[in-house]
Design a protein around this ligand. Structure first.
Ligand code: EPU
Length: 418
């Protein structure tokens, strides 16, 4: 299996163009199932997860082609409603085909995704929501077998807590339902706004974009879409935090500065300067790193997908930092790996107490999930000596050419084939 090898201590200097967001591209790809015909998606990152999603669509009868970062997906030949275990087990987001398949084919058989490294991650909100829209489902051989007689029926759905993919799934089902659907306590992540724009562009009638209440007036048919995937705010944040750890000066282009409000405040308090300019961000650290506390929250709060990276950063401060994870129950797996690099971190329930020691030392470490892998890359960039990260397939799921992008701005990083 490939490894990433990093020699720490080289500040980052130059410009990186940010790719389209994984967590926006995945639901947009699924939304193409809602209407036959060729759909065009621009700024689509080339990731293991986007390829898995395309393989899933192919298994349902769709065809696609890629030209640079533009994807054309034709779902006219849809002829299957089963998302198989083999595809779903490698990527939980596969569950996002449930809503579109129910809307277009009135039937969906989707393998239950099961637990994953960062937590149990049930899909009960998705299933309860569809039930309210008139869908029957049963569990059969590890598959959710769901069906509805004709169109779904609009209803008012209120989530216990905001869920990103449940909001997206119900949204994609409700756009073709009879009557009105209201989603209350909806997640407000920017990737959902991207999906709303795509669906409205296809002829859907959704109001409340960006708010916690979405109002959907069902329509009888939709037309093919043309949409651009929003910039990846988590990739953007990962590079901003990397500069905080190792120093230097980076410009990030093709990004949307409005998507990371909570991160700039924390980075500013930690001594990292971020300057916003239209679709660019300039980041530098010219003062000693200060410890800050973090608590993950749904958008616009601090994203759980940047918690691990921020923890790596805090290891390089000289103070005490309290990092609280409120979204997923098992998202501290990077802690054991950071310990191998000399970090002083104690876990107490949902919180981690980081005692910054001013630095880390390179070591062989293992990636455990996507964002944990990114935190190890950041730790390795700023640590003394060599860090070797194994199981890098996790990184390939969600970062488009991370190693290439970092090495072009001065990092001593390369991929070592197995
Ligand atoms: N939850 C339930 N029941 C459900 C759905 C969610 O209890 O039916 C709980 C979850 O267990 C969690 C909370 O609700 O405690 C919020 O989870 P959410 O459903 O919002 O997460 P998700 O939709 O499965 C998306 C991203 C994740 C990101 C989270 C939180 C995609 C494809 N995935 O997951 O991205 O961490 O939102 O922002 O959009 C990543 O990119 O590395 C990643 C894990």
């Amino acid at each position: 299996m490939d490894k990433i090898v990093i020699e720490g201590g080289h500040p980052l200097q130059g410009e990186i163009a940010i790719s389209g967001a994984k967590n926006a591209a995945l639901p947009l790809i699924c939304a193409t199932l809602l209407s036959p015909g060729p759909h065009v998606l621009e700024n689509v990152p080339d990731l293991r997860d986007t390829r898995t999603m395309l393989a899933l669509l192919e298994s349902l009868g769709a065809t696609w082609s890629r030209d640079g970062d533009t994807l054309t997906i034709d779902t006219s030949g849809l002829n299957n409603f089963e998302a198989s275990y083999d595809l779903v087990k490698t990527m939980r987001a596969s569950v996002l085909v449930l809503g579109p398949l129910l809307a277009r084919m009135n039937r969906a058989r989707v393998s239950l995704p099961g637990g994953c490294a960062i937590g149990a991650r049930p899909i009960n909100f998705h299933l309860q929501g569809f039930q309210q829209l008139g869908v029957r489902h049963q569990l059969d051989q590890g598959y959710v077998d769901a069906s509805v007689d004709g169109r779904m029926e609009g209803a008012t759905i209120c989530f216990d807590i905001p869920s990103v993919t449940a909001t997206e799934n119900i949204l994609m089902g409700a756009v073709l339902a009879k009557g009105e659907t209201v989603i209350k306590n909806a997640a407000r992540e920017p990737e959902i706004g991207n999906l709303v724009d795509m669906l409205n562009g296809m002829g859907a009638k959704i109001k409340g974009r960006g708010s916690d209440t979405l109002l959907i007036k069902g329509v009888t048919s939709l037309k093919p879409a043309r949409i651009r995937v929003v910039p990846d705010r988590i990739e953007t944040g990962t590079f901003l935090i990397a500069v905080g750890a190792i120093g230097g000066e980076l410009t990030l282009s093709n990004c949307d500065p409005a998507l990371l409000p909570s991160l700039y405040a924390k980075l500013g308090a930690a001594g990292v300067t971020v300057r916003e300019e239209k679709d660019r961000l300039h980041v530098a650290r010219r003062e000693p790193l200060r410890a800050v506390d973090i608590k993950t929250m749904p958008f616009p709060g601090f994203p759980t997908d940047l918690q691990a990276q921020m923890m790596a950063l805090m290891c390089f401060s000289n103070g005490l930092s309290l990092i609280t994870e409120t979204i997923f129950e098992n998202r501290f797996m990077h802690v054991a790996e950071l310990h191998r690099m000399g970090a002083d971190i104690r876990i107490d329930g949902h919180s981690a107490i980081v005692t910054g020691t001013g630095g880390l030392r390179g070591a062989p470490v293992m990636a455990t999930d996507l964002r944990a892998s990114a935190s190890l890359v950041i730790a390795g960039l700023a640590a003394e000596g060599i860090t070797e990260i194994s199981r890098v397939y996790h990184l390939d799921r969600g970062y488009d050419d991370l190693v290439g992008k970092l090495s072009r701005v001065g990092a001593a990083i390369h991929r070592q084939p197995a």
